[in-house]
Ligand binder design. Structure first.
Ligand SMILES: [Ca+2]
Ligand SMILES: [Ca+2]
Ligand SMILES: [Ca+2]
Ligand SMILES: [Ca+2]
Length: 334
């Protein structure tokens, strides 16, 4: 689909705008969760925890995307990889061990099991490039640990993304506490320096909500070509307010996404509108006013009408969607 602007004189202005936008997007790419998501931490529990703590499978799979023309070494950095001390969620005493593993090579992303929401089958596909297990260790408490350097070409090439993909699997292999952490794709091993144009995505997001009523967290499902319907599925939402859907053509979703209660799943579907394809939706997590739910860990995924999982890009493709009813565009079929 091409878009022809009614007023031809606008073209240089719009080109300049999109150039500035792409530069801006290149600069906001690498923290996971990213700035625009406003999510405090990722979370993975030890595999002895009850699922009522908010993690259904004790596993988080993320992919880093490095542009094909980027040829410097990269590092995958982890903030607070330990489970103890600051940041983390204790269950009686800290006894949890968390394994972080980096995969590259053929199949690390394209294997269908790697694109699932559960750690099943061949989800650890590809070549294991590095792995380390962390327990309760003050050496890594409130600190960064770096994996790498990795050659971007150690990743798997993705034709549709024009880049190389590395996979990180975080699994709670013992204990029952919550390991909270963040990632950063960096060009340096001892500090966070962005990879221009880099991105990250997941098929199932497990994260911690804020412990206040001020902050609203966001995630951005990317609507691939051919998508007509989206099913969202969430776990252990603790009945904590609403998940509202926004997009360039949707200012408020009257068919609110159904949210789950403690230790249960909820799912609901909605139709994709014209104008939403090839862009990102904005799911906004608005906590309920009373009582304040604290330490709320949640899980969410989305599927298309073929039950294929959609991707949440931390740096939303096409940018954060802004409702634009006033732009006068005419669609032209290719
Ligand atoms: Ca424990
Ligand atoms: Ca810690
Ligand atoms: Ca931690
Ligand atoms: Ca929860």
């Amino acid at each position: 689909m091409r878009i022809r602007f009614e007023n031809i004189n606008m073209r240089p202005v719009l080109l300049a705008f999109f150039l500035l936008l792409s530069i801006h997007l290149g600069l906001v790419a690498q923290p996971v969760p990213a700035e625009d998501e406003n999510i405090p931490h990722l979370v993975t529990f030890g595999n002895k925890a009850a699922t009522s703590w908010g993690d259904d499978d004790f596993c988080q799979i993320f992919f880093f995307l490095i542009p094909e023309d980027f040829d410097e070494p990269v590092y995958v950095r982890i903030y607070d990889p330990d489970c103890g001390g600051k940041v983390d969620e204790i269950n009686i005493n800290f006894d949890t061990r968390t394994e972080f593993s980096i995969f590259g090579g053929r199949g690390c992303w394209s294997d269908p099991d790697a694109q699932g929401t559960q750690p099943e089958g061949n989800y650890r596909s590809g070549n294991l490039l590095a792995s380390k297990t962390f327990g309760d260790d003050p050496k890594y408490d409130d600190k960064w640990y770096s994996f790498g350097p990795f050659n971007p070409k150690d990743g798997e090439y993705s034709e549709k993304d024009l880049g190389y993909v590395l996979k990180i699997i975080t699994q709670g292999i013992d204990g029952d506490d919550g390991n909270l952490y963040q990632y950063y794709l960096s060009t340096e091993d001892d500090r966070n320096v962005r990879v221009e144009g880099g991105n990250a995505f997941t098929y199932e997001y497990t994260f911690r909500m804020w412990n206040d009523l001020v902050n609203i967290s966001h995630i951005y499902p990317y609507i691939e070509k051919g998508t007509v319907k989206v099913k969202q599925k969430n776990f252990d939402w603790d009945d904590d307010g609403n998940i509202n859907t926004y997009s360039v053509v949707r200012i408020y979703n009257k068919d609110e996404n159904k949210v789950s209660k403690e230790d249960e799943w909820a799912e609901s579907e909605f139709q994709i509108l014209e104008g939403e394809v090839g862009k990102s939706l904005d799911f906004q997590f608005v906590k309920k006013r009373y009582p304040l739910v604290t330490n709320n860990n949640v899980v969410i995924s989305t599927q298309n009408q073929y039950e294929e999982n959609l991707r949440f890009f931390t740096n939303p493709i096409g940018g954060v969607p802004k409702y634009k009813p006033q732009i006068n565009v005419q669609k032209i079929d290719d």
